[in-house]
Design a protein around this ligand. Structure first.
Ligand code: CP
Length: 350
C-alpha cells in the first residue's frame, strides 16, 4: 500500500484553530481529505497510522464528532480511547486548582503523552461555565503541556474540523470558491449555543477568498478578535467581508447560506457577571422569524444550504428544507467530518 506524501507532512502540529494555517496549508488538508474520501468510497485501505492511539476527552455530548473521530482513527489503522472528564480526575485549569484539586491539565496532558499519539478535546457551554474563551483556554493549556498533537473537537471559540468539512463540501459543488457569496446567518433557537461555528465559518470562508456576509440581529455580535482576523484575511486573500442585521437582505443572491443559532453574549461572562439563561432566552425569542424556509431560499442564487448539525427543526430551519431542499449539503458536511479528520490526523500524528 503506497503511503501518500501528505502523511506526516505537519508532524507534531496541534490543530486548534484554522487561522494557525495558511490558505495553502488548508487547501493541502482539503486535497488530502478528498483523497481519503475517494478511497473510503472505494473501500481502498488507508492504514497510515498503524497502532497509533487517539485520546478523546468529551466534556460535552456529540453524535458527529465522536463517531467520525473514532471511526476515522480506526480506518487509519489506529485506535481511539473515549474519556469523559468525570472518569478522569476532572482536568483543571491552574486558577481553579486552589485550594485543592487532584489533577491539573498539565498532569493529564503529560501522562497521556506517555501512552499515545494525540489528544482531542471538546469543551464549551456548561463545562466551560458559559464564560466565552474559557473552553478555548482549556484546550490551549492541554496544548502547552502535551508532547503529542492536541486537536480541537470544538470549544467556545472555534470548531475547526467543522470548518474544514464545510469547505470540503463547498469545494465539491463549486471548485472555485473565490467570488462566491457565502452568508453566515444567525437562526433562532431557544437554548444557549456557543459562538464557535459561526466564528469558524467567517474565518475559513474569508481565508478562502470568498465574498462573505455575516448576518445577525443586534446583540449577536461575534468576538472582536474574530472580526479583525476576517478583515486581515480579506487583505491577504481577497474577497470581501460585510456585516448586516437583516436575514432576508443577506440571502439576496447568495451562493451558499449557513444559518445557525448562537447566543447573545451580553448575557454570559465576561460580558455579564453571571450566566443569565432566562435573559438570553427571552432576548432570543424576539428573533423567531430568523428561520430558514423554502421561501427565503428562493431569494438566493439557488444557494446551497449548509448547517453543521444538529439543526433545530422548526426553530433554525423548517422540516421541508432539511428533508427536501435539493441543494442541501447537510449530510455531506456530516460525512466530511470523517474525511477531514482522517486527513489532519494522518498529517500531524507522528
Ligand atoms: N457538528 C457537530 O460537531 O456535531 P456533534 O455535536 O454531533 O458532534
Amino acid at each position: 500500500m503506497p503511503i501518500p506524501k501528505y502523511v506526516g507532512s505537519f508532524k507534531g502540529k496541534d490543530f486548534i484553530n484554522t487561522q494557525d494555517f495558511t490558505q495553502a496549508e488548508i487547501k493541502k488538508i482539503l486535497d488530502a481529505a478528498d483523497d481519503l474520501k475517494k478511497k473510503f468510497r472505494k473501500r481502498i485501505p488507508t492504514n497510515y497510522l498503524p497502532g497509533r492511539t487517539l485520546f478523546m476527552i468529551f466534556y460535552n455530548r456529540s453524535l458527529r464528532t465522536r463517531n467520525s473521530f473514532e471511526a476515522g482513527i480506526y480506518q487509519l489503522g489506529g485506535h481511539a480511547h473515549f474519556l469523559s472528564p468525570q472518569d478522569l480526575y476532572t482536568p483543571t485549569l491552574p486558577e481553579d486548582m486552589v485550594p485543592y484539586a487532584t489533577e491539573a491539565i498539565s498532569d493529564v496532558a503529560r501522562v497521556l503523552s506517555r501512552y499515545g499519539d494525540a489528544i482531542a478535546i471538546r469543551i464549551y457551554g456548561d463545562a466551560a461555565k458559559w464564560t466565552i474563551g474559557r473552553g478555548h483556554r482549556v484546550i490551549q493549556e492541554f496544548a502547552k503541556w502535551a508532547d503529542i498533537p492536541v486537536l480541537n473537537m470544538e470549544d467556545d471559540m472555534h470548531h475547526p474540523f467543522q470548518a474544514l468539512a464545510d469547505m470540503q463540501a463547498a469545494r465539491a459543488v463549486e471548485p472555485k470558491l473565490e467570488g462566491k457569496k457565502f452568508v453566515v446567518s444567525y437562526a433562532y433557537s431557544g437554548g444557549l449555543k456557543p459562538l464557535a461555528v459561526p466564528q469558524n465559518e467567517v474565518l475559513i470562508t474569508t481565508q478562502m477568498g470568498m465574498d462573505v456576509v455575516l448576518a445577525h440581529p443586534k446583540g449577536f455580535e461575534l468576538e472582536d478578535s474574530i472580526i479583525k482576523s476576517c478583515q486581515e484575511n480579506v487583505e491577504k486573500y481577497g474577497g470581501s467581508f460585510e456585516i448586516c442585521n437583516d436575514m432576508e437582505e443577506a440571502f439576496e443572491g447568495a451562493d451558499f447560506v449557513y444559518p445557525k443559532a448562537w447566543s447573545p453574549k451580553q448575557f454570559v461572562p465576561p460580558y455579564n457577571k453571571t450566566v443569565d439563561k432566562e435573559g438570553a432566552s427571552a432576548y432570543q425569542a424576539k428573533f423567531k422569524n430568523w428561520i430558514t424556509t423554502m421561501e427565503l431560499l428562493d431569494r438566493t442564487n439557488k444557494a446551497y444550504y449548509m448547517h453543521c448539525g444538529p439543526a433545530d427543526r422548526g426553530q433554525e430551519v423548517t422540516d421541508e428544507v432539511l428533508d427536501s431542499y435539493k441543494r442541501s449539503l447537510y449530510f455531506e458536511q456530516a460525512e466530511n467530518r470523517l474525511h477531514v479528520q482522517k486527513a489532519v490526523m494522518s498529517m500531524v500524528i507522528p
